[in-house]
Design a binder for this molecule. Structure first.
Ligand code: ZN
Length: 262
C-alpha cells in the first residue's frame, strides 16, 4: 500500500509536465490561456504539499477497509477475488471504485457542510493539468476513500489496485487539462476532458452534472449526465467567495459564514 504515499512523486512531476505542456499547446480548449494563468502558483503548492495529508489519510482508509473485509467477509472470499485474472480485476474494481467516487462526489455537491470543502476544487476558473491538484485534503480523503474502501475490503490484488491508481492519476490529469478532446463515440464509455470540463462549468445547464471520474455510465444511470461532444463550456468556477491561497483555502470550510451553495 505504500504506493498511496507516492501518488505524485517529484520524478513523475517532470514527466507529467513534459506530456501535458505541449499537449495543451497542440489541442487547447482555451488557446488564450497561458501556462502561468491565474492561481498557478497556488496550485503548484497543492501539487507539492497536498499529497502528504492525502497519502496518510488514504493509507488509514485502506488499512481499516482491509481489516473490515477480513472480519466480515466469508473465509476465502478475498483470496478468490485476488486470484481472478488481472484484466478482470482491473475492470471490476475500477467500476466499483468509480461508483463509490460518484456517490461521495454527489454528496459533496448536495450537503452544504461538505460543499464548503468541495468548493475549493470548483473555485478553479482556468482548468489545466496543474489545477487538478486543487482539492481540499478532507474532500480528497473522503471522496477517494469512498472509492477505494470497497476495493481494499473485497480483496483485489495489490497489482490490480496499483494499475487502477496509475490509470486514475493520469486520467484525472487529462480530465482537467486545457484540452479540447471529446473521445468521439467512446465518450459514452470513458470520461473525457469535455465531459469533466462541463462538471466545472459555471453554466446553469451543467450544474450538478457529470459526477463520475472515469465512467459516465453512473451519471447516465442516475440521471445526472450532461453529454456534450463538441462544445466546451465558456465559463468555469463558482460564486462562492473562496480565498486565493493554500493556507486560507484549507481553513475556508471551517470558517463561519462560508457560503453554503452548490
Ligand atoms: Zn464536483
Amino acid at each position: 500500500m505504500d504506493f498511496l504515499l507516492k501518488l505524485v512523486d517529484l520524478e513523475s512531476a517532470w514527466l507529467i509536465a513534459l506530456i501535458f505542456l505541449p499537449l495543451e499547446r497542440l489541442l487547447p480548449a482555451r488557446p488564450a490561456q497561458g501556462v502561468l494563468r491565474r492561481g498557478w502558483f497556488n496550485d503548484a503548492v497543492y501539487f507539492l504539499l497536498n499529497r502528504i495529508p492525502i497519502g496518510i489519510g488514504l493509507l488509514l482508509v485502506a488499512a481499516f477497509a482491509v481489516m473490515a473485509g477480513e472480519a466480515f467477509l466469508p473465509a476465502g472470499f478475498r483470496t478468490t477475488v485476488a486470484q481472478q485474472p488481472l484484466w478482470l480485476q482491473v475492470i471490476v474494481l475500477t467500476l466499483i471504485a468509480d461508483l463509490g467516487f460518484y456517490a461521495a462526489h454527489r454528496l459533496f455537491h448536495t450537503l452544504p457542510w461538505l460543499w464548503r470543502f468541495h468548493a475549493i476544487h470548483h473555485s478553479i476558473e482556468e482548468l489545466d493539468w496543474l489545477a487538478a491538484h486543487r482539492v481540499h485534503p478532507v474532500d480528497q480523503i473522503l471522496t477517494k476513500g469512498a472509492s477505494i474502501a470497497p476495493v481494499f475490503a473485497l480483496g483485489f490484488s495489490d497489482g490490480a489496485i496499483a494499475i487502477f491508481f496509475i490509470l486514475y492519476q493520469w486520467h484525472s490529469l487529462m480530465l482537467h487539462a486545457n484540452l479540447r478532446i471529446g473521445f468521439g463515440p467512446l465518450h459514452w464509455v470513458f470520461a473525457s476532458p469535455c465531459f469533466h470540463h462541463w462538471h466545472h462549468a459555471d453554466q446553469p445547464e451543467a450544474w450538478n452534472r457529470n459526477f463520475s471520474a472515469q465512467f459516465p455510465i453512473w451519471d447516465i444511470l442516475f440521471g445526472t449526465a450532461h453529454m456534450r461532444r463538441d462544445t466546451m463550456p465558456t465559463r468555469y468556477g463558482i460564486e462562492d467567495n473562496v480565498p486565493p491561497t493554500y493556507a486560507r483555502q484549507l481553513l475556508y470550510p471551517f470558517r463561519r459564514g462560508s457560503k453554503d451553495a452548490a
